[in-house]
Design a protein around this ligand. Structure first.
Ligand SMILES: NC(=O)c1ccc[n+]([C@@H]2O[C@H](COP(=O)([O-])OP(=O)(O)OC[C@H]3O[C@@H](n4cnc5c(N)ncnc54)[C@H](OP(=O)(O)O)[C@@H]3O)[C@@H](O)[C@H]2O)c1
Length: 238
């Protein structure tokens, strides 16, 4: 049997000048601006699935749908669902079936969790999502990617939060990083960070390849290739 290639993985994130994804306040902090939100909407439309961590589902309650009617129509016209499939990962299984992740949109939804959490989670979410049991204490992201590939997901967009980004980067599972820098500081102890301490493959001696920079109103987009596959897609060589 030939192995299915893991999905092409795009990490997408907006952070403050001090590397935070959000503040500690109850409402979600808007890091970006309307023009950049529209760019992210196009990025969503260009992928087969969107993954966020369970903490982001609990805290932000995101719908994770393509907002533009034109983009949804274009996806449908090309034989795809109007929005990408949704994916989340949890170790505790602490997810409300009333979260917009489960209730918004009629596309596929997948929840990856360790084997011990799967039964209770399946009972909780019913037919609103497919619960996939992988691993004992935590889910290995590489295993989740392999499972998504077998389900036909060729391009995965990862929208955070920081604990998720850290694993994809440290485990060399990301192809591309699209990082937006907002022009302000959060400055709070305990604010969620873009990444947590880890051993990353990129350091002083192994630098990521900057593909592009773009000014979008008052924010800046940095695009990095994190794999040779991304370099090949961008056609810039190794
Ligand atoms: N600015 C942006 O672009 C952006 C984007 C997304 C999110 N955010 C912000 O980021 C914050 C959340 O980030 P975060 O780092 O705290 O959390 P996160 O990365 O969204 O989610 C972490 C949670 O995911 C689950 N998880 C992660 N790795 C796992 C693994 N290997 N196996 C099983 N489960 C795993 C665990 O869920 P359980 O606890 O259920 O076990 C863990 O607590 C929020 O404030 C949100 O607003 C900002």
């Amino acid at each position: 049997m030939t192995a299915v290639r893991r999905p092409y993985v795009t990490l997408s994130c907006a952070m403050s000048l001090d590397g935070c994804l959000d503040s500690t306040a109850p409402h979600r902090m808007a890091m970006s601006n309307a023009e950049d939100f529209d760019r992210v909407d196009q990025l969503r439309a260009d992928h087969d699935a969107i993954l966020v961590g369970a903490s982001t589902v609990r805290r932000d309650n995101p719908r994770l749908l393509v907002r533009s009617a034109e983009r949804r129509a274009a996806r449908v016209a090309s034989g795809r669902p109007s929005s990408p499939a949704k994916v989340t990962v949890t170790a505790t299984g602490d997810l409300s079936p009333e979260a917009a992740f489960f209730t918004a949109g009629d596309g596929d939804k997948f929840v990856y969790c360790p084997r011990g959490a799967a039964d209770a989670l399946t009972r909780a979410v019913g037919d609103r999502a497919t619960v996939v049991a992988l691993g004992d204490a935590v889910v290995a992201m590489g295993d989740a990617l392999a499972d998504l590939a077998r389900r036909g997901i060729a391009r995965l967009m990862v929208e955070g939060g920081g604990r998720i980004h850290t694993q994809f980067l440290a485990q060399r599972l990301a192809d591309e990083l699209q990082l937006v820098i907002a022009p302000f500081f959060v400055g709070e102890v305990g604010a969620p960070r873009f990444v947590h301490p880890a051993r990353f493959p990129w350091d002083e001696a192994h630098r990521a390849r900057l593909l592009d920079t773009r000014r979008i109103g008052d924010v800046v987009l940095l695009r990095y290739a994190m794999s040779t596959r991304a370099l090949a897609e961008a056609d810039v060589g190794g």
